[in-house]
Design a protein around this ligand. Sequence first.
Ligand SMILES: Nc1ncnc2c1ncn2[C@@H]1O[C@H](COP(=O)(O)OP(=O)(O)OP(=O)(O)O)[C@@H](O)[C@H]1O
Ligand SMILES: [Mg+2]
Length: 241
Amino acid sequence: MLDVYGLTKTFGSGSNKLQVLKGVDMRIETGEMVALMGPSGSGKSTLLNIIGGLLAGDGGSITLGGKTYGQKNPSNVVDIRREYVGWIFQDFHLLENLTAMDNVAMALELAGMSAKEAESAAREALAKVGLEDRMNHIPDQLSGGQQQRVAIARAIAGNRPFLLADEPTGNLDIASGKEVLQLFKDLCHDEENPISILMVTHDPDLASNADRMLLLNDGKTEASDIRSAWGLDDEDGGEEE
Ligand SMILES: Nc1ncnc2c1ncn2[C@@H]1O[C@H](COP(=O)(O)OP(=O)(O)OP(=O)(O)O)[C@@H](O)[C@H]1O
Ligand SMILES: [Mg+2]
């Protein structure tokens, strides 16, 4: 699904120069839910922004859905943003005066769908995230976890096969965070229509529930065995599902 080869990115120039990505190599298969961890400022959001076609890298390349980019100007990767990648943010980014249904449908209409098609796709996506009985509520009438599920519905509507989630559970309580993670896994492991998710998190307990975990360290990603690294096997063994 996604391949990243030797991706580099430097910000600034002269004495302000900062090389954030120093040759990132990673691959994510269809149906995989991957957690990305790393210290604050290590470049996690930068990496997501380049994969999502919002920022150009300096070197290396990315292939996603048969398209190759990575160093292209964001104005030349419109199709990646429109058709391939859905975004989920820490603070949901919902429009506060629109219902759950309209938040999802509007995104589809902006992408060029007719109002009628958009409504039916939005209905389907909201049902998939378990909000069929909340479609006509505005964000204020929904819990944080439910608001995040609206955002997830918006991200998957229109059959985008790849989700980028930047600290999606950062504003949620522990129980809602776990629910969001379970939903991510269900979406990735769906037998009919599996998707892939790359999720940034600072929570080692959530990360340990992903299919795989990557650590961004000194500008490169490395596989990480989160459970042993954080000693979770000793403490939590037996308590997990
Ligand atoms: N547009 C920019 N111009 C200059 N420097 C930038 C820019 N964007 C990010 N940086 C710098 O690049 C580094 C990586 O930032 P990034 O936001 O990717 O980190 P992060 O891993 O997402 O951190 P956090 O966990 O705090 O969200 C930081 O030192 C940041 O200050
Ligand atoms: Mg960040």
